[in-house]
Design a protein around this ligand. Structure first.
Ligand code: ATP
Length: 362
């Protein structure tokens, strides 16, 4: 997919691509799918909307694309209010999860589709199709029926179709989720490189935290239609503000019991309304010194082993040296921890929910 960036495609960079959402809301019947979202996405930024299934990220993307009108709020692209504009009147192009290619058309016809809709002349259309296909390493595939291509190639045709219109903003709705793991990782790297070359603002919907961390300049974590936290991957991972973000991004252990938390922090009192978050990689198993814990379950995961340990009435996950000899009773220390705002992911003090029970083996 790598090509020199002195093609006209680089002109996209100059077209900006700032997106501003002001208090955008969308309801479906009783359900508020997007709830008062305000957000600014900078020109050239790779920005991900990350959250669990049903949190409203696709709806928000479709609102930016113009496929779903908001019930309230405004959408601006490059400071132009596009809230009422039709999709084809916006400087956006979308890459869908299903690729949404036309099965009866060739590769070139699919890529040219958006250009035809925009009534572009044949010569310029041809030039743009060739350029976009070269960009995604599919030069020479023009006349193939899309149904003869592999999933990964179809995905690249979908990307070429979006690039061909030279949008100011590229919108991606889980574009890699139909690919197998190896192809997914390869395509992820290519996508990142391509975005770097072309410089188009990209808004990327995913529920995959790894994908968001790997690709993004910034991420917005969403939950139940609302933004939870917006920041760089490093900031979100290193400094989650809420229990939900701490758990969703990196799977922190959340300790609700202030007495147990104090044993990991050396007696530090919890700030009001906060719980303790410790990442699995920040728990150290040591034979002496630390909080007593009982090993319940362990699995070898290559670089590390994941141990599940019962500590008081909770089960904590720790990533430990895979060579460490298992021992039923150990002690745990936190090499790093963070206080995060409690939410219903970690309310005042829920009952323990063990992942595995050593006595029943379930
Ligand atoms: P996923 O990752 O599963 O696609 P998502 O975070 O993208 O989830 P949305 O597709 O935006 O979530 O949906 C948000 C909520 O709105 C969900 O509860 C969904 O069922 C609902 N919803 C979305 N589109 C419609 C629709 N056209 N009619 C009714 N409800 C809808």
């Amino acid at each position: 997919m790598t090509r020199a960036s002195d093609t006209p495609m680089a002109a996209v960079r100059a077209s900006g691509g700032a997106v501003r959402l002001e208090a955008v809301t969308r309801r479906f019947g009783e359900l508020t799918a997007v709830d008062g979202v305000s957000l600014e996405i900078r020109p050239g930024e790779f920005f991900s909307l990350l959250g669990p299934s049903g949190c409203g990220k696709t709806t928000l993307l479709r609102i930016i694309a113009g496929f779903t009108p908001p019930d309230a709020g405004r959408v601006y692209i490059n400071d132009r209010d596009v809230t009422e504009a039709a999709p084809q009147a916006r400087p956006t192009a979308m890459v869908f999860q299903s690729y949404a290619l036309f099965p009866t058309m060739t590769v070139a016809e699919n890529v040219a589709y958006g250009l035809r809709v925009r009534k572009m002349g044949r010569t310029e259309r041809r030039r743009r199709v060739a350029e976009a296909l070269a960009r995604v390493d599919l030069a020479g595939y023009e006349e193939r029926p899309v149904t003869h291509l592999s999933g990964g190639q179809q995905q690249r045709v979908a990307l070429a179709r979006a690039l061909a219109v030279r949008p100011a903003v590229l919108l991606f709705d889980e574009p890699l989720s139909n690919l197998d793991v190896a192809l997914r990782e390869q395509t992820r790297r290519e996508l990142k490189r391509l975005q770097h070359e072309v410089g188009t603002t990209s808004i990327y919907v995913t529920h995959d935290q790894q994908e968001a961390l790997a690709l993004s300049d910034r991420i917005a974590v969403m939950r139940a239609g609302r933004l939870q936290q917006v920041g760089t991957p490093e900031a979100l991972y290193g400094a989650p503000e809420t229990a939900f973000v701490a758990q969703f991004l990196g799977g922190s252990n959340l300790i609700h019991d202030p007495a147990l938390a104090a044993r990991f922090t050396g007696g530090e009192p919890p700030p009001d309304g906060h719980v303790l978050a410790i990442r699995p990689e920040d728990l150290r198993v040591s034979p002496d010194g630390g909080v007593p814990a009982r090993l319940q379950f362990r699995q070898f995961l290559g670089l590390y082993a994941e141990w599940e340990l019962r500590v008081a009435d909770q089960v904590l996950r720790a990533w430990v040296d895979p060579g460490l000899e298992p021992s039923a009773d150990v002690r745990l220390q936190a090499t790093r921890y963070r206080w995060v705002r409690a939410d219903d992911e970690a309310p005042a003090r829920p009952p323990a929910t063990p992942l595995h029970d050593a006595t029943t083996g379930t």
